[in-house]
Design a binder for this molecule. Structure first.
Ligand code: NDP
Length: 252
């Protein structure tokens, strides 16, 4: 089987992983952060887990991207930049900003995250630098411009929401508080909403099947987690704002 024949099956596989993830997470909360609990095997520290899990993504993307015959073209270079803008932060800055770096994370979560990120980065990098094809004027087309605007909006929402969360604790604190301000007025997890919007924007801008599969996976992973976080806040805080939804303002 050639790579061109295998590739669409791997993209379908990513969609399938999303379906399984969604169904499992409706019943079992992913055991990290506030939902970490015994029974998931050996643990590593939160910080190390994030570094390894997310560090795979920019590394694999860059290595696969560099092999592509379109690697020097303008549109693929912009997609490389978008990917790395997100993942260099998530892998190498975010883990050093968390205020609970020693909280245990099951090694299994980090390993599954690494495997997923390696596959996802390969599929997306391979599309933009080799299998996809972008006309010289792609970057001025409405599809790209709309997707890029959606991506930047999602990125800004994700960053602002993470920033609010990471400043809720004073140094040394490990407990939880009610986040407020920005999109927290309307939803419990604007960080997840921003992430989802970001990858929808990337998929649109690159008109990429792998990008669409990743956007679907992000929804499948983060919507159930947002619902779980939302229930958790309501149970923990009697004064939790009643009008707040989990992830989609006014809807869900
Ligand atoms: P969480 O919202 O669970 O936690 C983010 C950080 O903020 C953690 O350090 C957490 O501490 C802290 N925190 C959260 N809520 C509070 C609170 N109420 N009071 C004090 N501190 C708080 O996010 P995740 O860890 O699940 O995700 C982190 C980022 O990674 C997000 O931006 C998310 O979008 C992205 N991500 C993307 C995925 C994808 O599929 N594309 C998958 C998973 C994450 P603690 O760890 O102690 O709970």
């Amino acid at each position: 089987m050639t790579e061109a024949e295998l590739y669409p099956w791997l993209v379908r596989g990513l969609v399938g992983i999303g379906v399984v993830t969604f169904l499992v997470l409706l019943f079992v909360s992913a055991p990290y952060g506030r939902h970490e609990r015994p029974g998931w095997g050996p643990t590593i520290s939160n910080r190390v887990g994030w570094l390894f899990m997310e560090g795979v993504s920019p590394a694999v993307f860059a290595a696969v991207y560099a092999q592509g015959s379109h690697a020097g073209e303008a549109a693929p270079l912009v997609f490389l930049g978008m990917w790395q803008l997100h993942y260099l932060y998530r892998a190498f800055v975010f883990p050093f900003r968390v205020r609970s770096p020693a909280r245990p994370m099951p090694a299994l979560v980090a390993l599954l995250g690494m495997a997923f990120n390696a596959l996802n980065a390969y599929l997306n990098a391979r599309w933009v630098s080799e299998l996809g094809s972008y006309a010289a004027d792609w970057l001025t087309q409405p599809l790209f411009l709309t997707g890029a605007a959606v991506f930047v909006t999602g990125w800004a929402v994700n960053h602002h929401a993470d920033h609010v969360l990471l400043h809720l604790r004073k140094p040394g604190e490990t407990g939880y508080k009610i986040p407020r301000g920005g999109l927290y007025r309307w939803v419990t997890c604007p960080n997840y909403l921003g992430e989802l919007v970001e990858w929808c924007g990337f998929a649109l801008a690159a008109a990429s099947p792998a990008g669409a599969a990743f956007a679907w996976y992000t929804a499948a992973n983060l919507v159930p987690r947002a619902l779980t976080h939302h229930r958790w806040y309501r149970e923990k805080f009697a004064d939790y704002p009643p009008e707040r939804k989990a992830i989609l303002p006014g809807l869900l």
